[in-house]
Design a protein around this ligand. Structure first.
Ligand code: CA
Length: 235
């Protein structure tokens, strides 16, 4: 959860905003002047800013402009008593993503922050699994060895990803069957054997083309499998 900056000289409102954001899991810095806010903004990452326009030492719009320059990705919401259309336009033009006119409820503040955060933070795709020369990208559904793509089928990719998550360690046959074949039985066992054979061939072919050692899927008698990759950390 990104850090939150509350810039508000009114003690009651500041306390409510800080408490509400803390409850949502933000680490909150509450500043009562513009100068303190700009200093706090240099201390670490800021994901969310709520800024009052009527501050004792500064024009809130200048604070908004400055925060927008230093934190282009942050969600900045102006929260102020100034509710004229011209004030709202000025606030948004200064770089605010949203504008709330007092009195407002914490519920509304949080809902608006959620709406903006959703837009700015799409769910990050899983990072590719990398072990030595092997890369398994479960998001793009690709496997490569030494930079050469191995044309794997979905089941082969899932099996390899499962083993790559535990590279250098044994994974039991039961775990493999349970994870990848929803209906484990004799046909699942047979399907696993076929998948292993074709996967090994494809890894070997890609490795040969790339001129690197192939990742090896070792069968552990009466137990399961272990992926061994040259140069990959085992543990
Ligand atoms: Ca004020």
């Amino acid at each position: 959860m990104p850090g939150a900056l509350v810039v508000e000289d009114d003690e009651i409102i500041g306390r409510i905003l800080a408490a509400g954001l803390e409850e949502q899991g933000h680490e909150v810095t509450w500043c009562v002047t513009g100068a303190l806010a700009l200093r706090a903004a240099t201390q670490g990452p800021v994901g969310v800013c709520i800024v009052d326009l009527g501050l004792p030492d500064a024009e809130g719009l200048d604070v908004v402009r400055s925060l927008r320059r230093s934190h282009p990705q942050a969600v900045i919401v102006v929260a102020t008593a100034r509710g004229e259309a011209i004030d709202i336009v000025a606030g948004l033009d200064a770089g605010a993503d949203d504008y709330l006119v007092k009195p407002f409820t914490m519920m509304e503040v949080l809902a608006r922050l959620r709406a903006h955060t959703r837009r700015l933070s799409p769910v990050a795709p899983p990072a590719p699994l990398v072990a030595g020369a092997l890369t398994v990208d479960t998001d793009r559904r690709t496997v490569s060895v030494g930079g050469v793509t191995a044309p794997v089928r979905p089941k082969e990719l899932e099996l390899l990803a499962l083993l790559a998550r535990s590279v250098g360690r044994a994974v039991s046959r039961q775990v493999v069957l349970r994870e990848l074949w929803p209906d484990p039985g004799r046909s699942a066992q047979k399907s696993l054997n076929v998948t292993l054979t074709t996967l090994r061939q494809k890894l070997q072919e890609a490795a040969t083309t790339a001129g690197v050692d192939a990742p090896v899927i070792t069968t552990l008698h009466s137990f399961g499998y272990r992926l061994e990759v040259d140069g990959a950390a085992c543990g």
